[in-house]
Design a protein around this ligand. Sequence first.
Ligand code: FPP
Length: 253
Amino acid sequence: MSDDELNPLMATNPRHIAIIMDGNGRWAQKRFMPRAFGHQAGVKAVRKIVEYCALQKVEVLTLFAFSSENWRRPEDEVSMLMGLFLATLQTEINKLDRNNIRLRFIGDRSAFSESLQSKMAEGEAQTQGNDALTLVIAANYGGRWDMCQACQQILDKMATGGLPQQAITEELIAQHLSTTDLPEPDLYIRTGGEQRVSNFMLWQLAYTEMYFTPTLWPDFDEQSLEAAIVSFKSRQRRFGHTGEQILNKSVTL
Ligand code: FPP
């Protein structure tokens, strides 16, 4: 009996992988280096993982680069991270474009500098026609923020009479989230040993498979991602159904 017959959902690859890249600071501290050194090494890991996902034909990779709460970090670390994002975009946009990768940002970008905001817009515009991997960078993003901005949009439509109260469904809310045109994450990975969600895609993670690893982000490489995908593929996703229904193929998911 093949894997597929044993478990019809087992052999699928994740379409959307979402990652919290944790552990840059500790990686640097272990080497008696400043935290900035860890973030720079983190960018190198980002490159490897993006390339690997494109190779594996993953449709969407979302990376949590900066949370709404990361502004609470020391000022010099925040400004170092802003400089790193800008420098990375300056060097990477053309490479992403050449590799047919679409770049997207989610989060409240109004808090970023003009130069960063315009580079983000430029990266999105330049790559919008690409149809290999979609790389989503969550920047000044929070799951609660996402739900609030969805509510605000919906309430605006209700106030102008365009939307009756009965129209509020799960689908409608999902359509107003910043991820509206993307599949929900199949696999959520957090590096660095912590086992929490930290205000990442709260709505979208409802049925996502979770994978936690102690590996610090700069050390997370192709083999580490492959191990996460192997773990994902060994799980039976039931979406509320019973295991028997899945095995009998009596439901469509
Ligand atoms: C968490 O590690 C990491 C961050 C808050 C920043 C992540 C940013 C990068 C990897 C750069 C990516 C750049 C782009 C453009 C996508 P931490 O500092 O919390 O580590 P610690 O828990 O060991 O202190």
